[in-house]
Write a protein that binds this ligand. Sequence first.
Ligand code: SF4
Length: 148
Amino acid sequence: MSARRIDFWESKSLAEMSQAEWESLCDGCGKCCLHKLIDDDTEALHYTDVACQLLDVECAQCSDYPNRQKSVPACTQLTVDDVEEFDWLPVSCSYRLVAAGLPLPEWHPLITGDRMSTKDSGNSVAGRCISESIFEGELQDRVIRWVD
Ligand code: SF4
């Protein structure tokens, strides 16, 4: 009889993960780095395809991850203390999934062993957004629905 290995994201809660495990849980989709709008009437959250100035829009990676909060003070550093507020994250976000006791998607790099699998499966914003550093216009005109 064969036994399947139980991986850390299945056996540990977010609070039990090491820093390295926590960091590796991120699928690198870049969706959380997009500007969002909140509807005044319904309080519904809408994603736009306009990205933070630090996001490399071709690969969806932060161009200055270690220092990001110095240049972008509004950048949210996810911590386990904020689990109750994870509903602003896209539904595919690994932290949101694990917090809800749900499995990681089959395209997640921890499942595939390939850091490119998020992009290759169409689940990354790479090449699908514009940097706020060159964007001109109204965010309201850039609402998207494909981030989930
Ligand atoms: S949405 Fe979640 S999984 Fe995707 S880049 Fe942001 S923190 Fe990582």
